[in-house]
Design a protein around this ligand. Structure first.
Ligand code: RIB
Length: 308
């Protein structure tokens, strides 16, 4: 088991604007909300924080804007002990922004405007590839231009560095992501977008996971929120039940899952054990507001796993 794995995260960095209301408005309607907060987010940056809080050494590769948000987004990552030497600022571009609505059940609806994330290119690809020599895993999503992410994934596979790929948000590049992933980790809507299979429980999750394996993924993990997660690989498959949680804010639960999963795999645990730690991290994240702020620490995850 690797004592303190090194994880490279190539991905999006956003500022999140979160508003909560008992119900979502219909077209043309204004509803009064009960809470608003801003929080550092972005799937890549959230996963970087999640992995760092699980004990990994993390190198973040990405781009912020040259607006008022950019320096703070980088400082927040640095404060987590994350190496931000490969996070650049794009002149003349705003930072990525996610406008997030939380409904009465605290489920989230996200509109993301990628801003400087879309300027990621050759520099990010080279930084990610250059870090592979000492990396135990690479974490990817779909918030940066797909060509950059795919190039890093292919280089990682050639270097035999595991690629943990969260195909989110679904869109161009998702099929190639499946082919290139050592472990692909869609949620239900992403699994539907990629495989056409509507995941409503463990049986349909198994069908979706099998479809992802036949598309080329080394392993597939389908995240199903309060239904837990289903995993499959050549070594076997299984369903991990969700941990009980009082949902305050479901934003970035999948990122917490991903960070814990990646660190656990890099430490040498089985896929099933790592999915269980992912489920625990996701359950803890939903009990707190915010994105990066909600990522749990290793001791909490271990306590929750041990409580089962
Ligand atoms: O996964 C949650 C993240 O998605 C948010 O932090 C938001 O920035 C969007 O990228």
């Amino acid at each position: 088991m690797s004592p303190r794995p090194e994880i490279v995260v190539l991905g999006g960095i956003n500022i999140d604007l979160i508003a909560a209301a008992e119900r979502m408005p219909v077209p043309g309607e204004t509803v009064t909300g009960d809470e608003f907060y801003t929080t550092p987010g972005g799937k890549g940056a959230n996963q970087a924080v999640a992995a760092a809080r699980m004990g990994a050494r993390v190198r973040m590769v990405g781009r912020v804007g040259d607006d008022a948000f950019g320096p703070g987004l980088v400082d927040d990552l640095r404060a987590e002990g994350i190496d931000v030497s490969a996070v650049g600022a794009e002149p003349g571009e705003p930072s990525g922004v996610a406008v997030i609505l939380l409904d009465g059940e605290r489920q989230n609806y996200i509109i993301q405007v990628r801003g400087a994330n879309l300027a990621a290119g050759r520099a990010e690809e080279e930084a990610a590839v250059g870090a592979l020599g000492s990396a135990d895993a690479v974490m990817l999503q779909l918030e940066l231009p797909p060509a950059v992410t795919l190039a890093a994934a292919l280089a990682a596979r050639r270097a035999r560095v595991p690629v943990i790929w969260d195909p989110s948000p679904p869109g161009p590049g998702m099929e190639r992501a499946v082919e290139a992933a050592s472990v692909i980790t869609p949620n239900q809507s992403e699994a539907l977008a990629i495989t056409g299979i509507d995941v409503t429980g463990p049986d349909s999750a198994r069908a979706a996971a099998d479809a992802l394996l036949s598309m080329g993924a080394g392993a597939a993990v389908i995240k199903m929120a309060e239904m837990g997660a289903f995993y499959a690989s050549d070594a076997g498959s299984g369903h991990v039940e969700a941990f009980e949680a009082e949902v305050v804010d479901s934003v970035a639960a999948g990122d917490a899952f991903g960070g814990a999963l990646a660190v656990s795999l890099a430490e040498g645990r089985t896929l099933g054990e790592s999915v269980e730690r992912g489920c625990a991290a996701g359950a803890l994240a939903v009990t707190r507001p915010g994105a990066q702020a909600a990522m749990p620490r290793r001791a909490e995850v271990e306590r929750l796993v041990a409580s089962r």
